[in-house]
Design a protein around this ligand. Sequence first.
Ligand SMILES: [Zn+2]
Length: 154
Amino acid sequence: MTSGAASGRAWNKGPIMTPDQLERYRQQLEGMRVRLQGDVTSLSGEAFRQNGGEASGNLSNAPLHMADLGTDTFEQEMSLALLETEERRLELIAAALTRIAEGAYGRCSECGRDIAPARLDALPYTPVCVECARTVQRDNAQREAGHVPSPGNL
Ligand SMILES: [Zn+2]
C-alpha cells in the first residue's frame, strides 16, 4: 500500500535499466578489470624493472640512471604511459561497479541524465554522458590552451 505522491519526476526515473542489463554490464566490467589488472601487473614489472630486481624496500639505493638504459628507456616510458592510462581505467571500472551496486549506474554523474546505451556498450565504465564528456574535454583543452577557441565545429 505505498501509493506515494512522488512518481515519475522527469529527472528521477527510478531504475535506469533492467537487472539483466545491469548484470551484463557488471560482467563486462569485471572481465575488463581482471584483464586490465593482469596488464598493469606485467606492465609495472616492465616499467620498474631494474638490474637487481630485489624488493628490499631500500629505494634510495636503487640505480635509476634512465640514460644508461638505452633503448630500454623508450620501452619503459611507453610502459609507464600505458600503465597510467590503464590504472586510470581501472579506477573508472571500480567506480562503475560501485555505481552498479548503488543503483546509480547508467546515469550521468554530471547532469544526472541517462547515458545512451550505445555509449555504455562502447565505454561501460564511463561516468558521464556524451554531452558532459564533450564539455569536460573542451574545458580541459581550454585550460591548457589558456584561451577560448572560436566555435568552429558547431
Ligand atoms: Zn551528462
